[in-house]
Design a protein around this ligand. Sequence first.
Ligand SMILES: *Cc1c(COP(=O)(O)O)cnc(C)c1O
Length: 372
Amino acid sequence: MVDLKGQYEAIKDSVNASVLNVIESTAFINGPQVHEFQKNLENYLGVKHVIPCANGTDALQIAMMGLGLKPGDEVITADFTFAATVEVIALLQLTPVLVDVNPNDFNIDIEAIKKAITPKTKAIVPVHLFGQCADMDAIMEIANAHNLYVIEDNAQAIGATYTSKDGTKTKAGAISHVASTSFFPSKNLGCYGDGGAIFTNDDDLAHIIRGIVNHGMYKRYHHDVVGVNSRLDSIQAAVLNTKLPLLDEYCNKRKEAANKYNEAFKGQEKITIPFRNGSEDNHVFHQYTLKIQGANRDALAQHLNDNGIPCGVYYPIPLHNQKAYQDSRYNEADFPVTNQLVKEVISLPMHTELDDEQIEFITKTIITFVNG
Ligand SMILES: *Cc1c(COP(=O)(O)O)cnc(C)c1O
């Protein structure tokens, strides 16, 4: 699905040197690379504060802790996403409220959010799924009208640019009150282990969060709040400093590969190519995900596997049907889109090193199978 080796080969000399530099300095924790990366990412995103942390799941949890959400507060998020999003809500004893997504871009459905708001609702967590920004104008409008926080889960869309109705362009993750991201190796900006970060334009919130990531300390050995230990280590920061200047190029390569896939699937009735919501730079194709209708998705996945073509089903089970997140308040009739998508979606290899020959082989294999 990804070609981390090919990507590494292209930056081997500079990334090796930067990693070796950390090892020789022995400043493995809180080395200068971490602060440097923080500044570099703040500049790239146009956001006032980046707080690096250990992974994207921690980033979400810490963002929620920073906002002071309390047990019983309701947090609305999408039913069709990776489990990390709902996991941290539950872990903090907040009440997850899963809602359906829209069938085009697979992102959280605006009408479903409106329907789910109660006096206990405190926050909305849109996930920019597969690299495409959710409808942030509408989400921020609802949040402002109801006095809710918005936390963007930007683990899949770093590098995307959202264009508002008024034409303003903002990087994904810099739109809402606070955002989280992941530098897991296969993400669009991946490090060589685990990593994550929280972004915000709010000075007070940034201060609170900097304490939370460091055991609740604002002054050495004074623990004012219950915190966590969540750090991006210096080696990962060094890798990210080498890769961040390449992020736009990486995103462009993904977009080019997506365009080639789209071209090859043109006119195929059983294959729905990814919907693009808004401008070209709104979608950075963390995943290239098709909907298969009128052919057997699972049989196609098996056929691709048999032909040495990796593929993935993200995600095969709606979160509201997962054992850990079932809730008697959910009604199947409220999730028609997610319930359908889990049967139809299939994600194809998508990375910065895809070549024309690979794309041709993949697309031909799929087209022949679904029409066979
Ligand atoms: C990858 C991912 C996460 C979690 O990131 P980790 O760094 O693996 O903890 C959270 N949310 C979404 C949507 C993701 O894709």
